[in-house]
Design a protein around this ligand. Sequence first.
Ligand SMILES: Nc1ncnc2c1ncn2[C@@H]1O[C@H](COP(=O)(O)OP(=O)(O)OP(=O)(O)O)[C@@H](O)[C@H]1O
Ligand code: SF4
Ligand SMILES: [Mg+2]
Length: 330
Amino acid sequence: MSELLLEARGLVKRFRSQSLLRGSHETRALDGVDLQIRVGEVLAVIGESGSGKTTLGKVLLRLTPATAGEIRFGGNDLRALRGKALRLKRREFQMVFQNQRANLHPKMTVRQMLDESLRLHRPKLDAEGRAEHIGGLLERVGLSAKAEQRPESLSGGERRRVGLARILATQPKLIVADEPTSGLDAAIKLQIIDLLRRLKESSMTYMLISHDLGLVRRIADRVVVMLKGRIIEEIPAERLGDPRHHPYTARLMRAAHLSEDHASQGPSVIEVGVGGEQRHGGCVYAADCPVARERGLLTRCRQERPEPVALGPGHWVACFASADPIEEEP
Ligand SMILES: Nc1ncnc2c1ncn2[C@@H]1O[C@H](COP(=O)(O)OP(=O)(O)OP(=O)(O)O)[C@@H](O)[C@H]1O
Ligand code: SF4
Ligand SMILES: [Mg+2]
């Protein structure tokens, strides 16, 4: 098994907001998250809207401060870093934001933009070294033939790839890609999927946040499922669809499978509408879980937080009913 790149323990992120209707209100966007990322792996994070995926990515990379918990990156305590030490460390990771428009200079060619990024992030490289690097970057993102073009003559997918090439120019040790294919039409999406696959083949370590289960199955090594700020299941990607999922994941899988029958663009994580207030003591799925009711576990599920239970190599679920295969009523 490869070495650990990042390890988080007990991450909590609370947001306090004020609204006319609800007054002062607290959201626990992360509610005690433990996570590990190993060098060279692709870790996918799935879960419905508002489950805390983007917050997790931002907190891990210290783009937003955690309320509590520990983050170790390459052996360093990331939360303890300040000032220059933090700035230097930050160069080692990058986040591709959800719905980000590649912010490209309209007057510069692709080659000039990459040259600019390299000047900034690799100041010790001379012109020859940069030219060599640019060739490699263009090849990695499949844009060798477009080096002398300006953004206006590039497709949406090509622009996103230039944006990714600029990120790769900084030689990050970890990339968090937040919904990198969202908002793209099918053809452009395929280009980005192809690029993500190439990055994986070149042993890039990244966290892939995605609603697209087809993409996750194809690209990720490992998958974590988030619900209301907690990770409720971790599973090797090739075992998605296992008969022993967390009841919430089982529901997601069934919803995605149904949509696969009806949609042409592949299955997605479907909003399954988990209601109820966030509970800090019990299981976050207690208010909606049919398994808890069927098995007479509801009181316990409302009061106690379920600990992870191993179901197989690299597979665990946080559920009191996990000893037996969990099957929900259709
Ligand atoms: N800056 C903020 N201030 C207040 N609440 C926030 C803030 N950012 C996120 N939240 C809340 O934290 C929770 C998690 O949000 P987050 O953006 O991490 O979800 P997500 O899983 O990425 O959702 P999506 O799939 O829609 O992108 C949500 O309830 C959201 O409203
Ligand atoms: S712990 Fe209880 S409420 Fe939570 S998923 Fe398992 S059975 Fe359902
Ligand atoms: Mg998000």
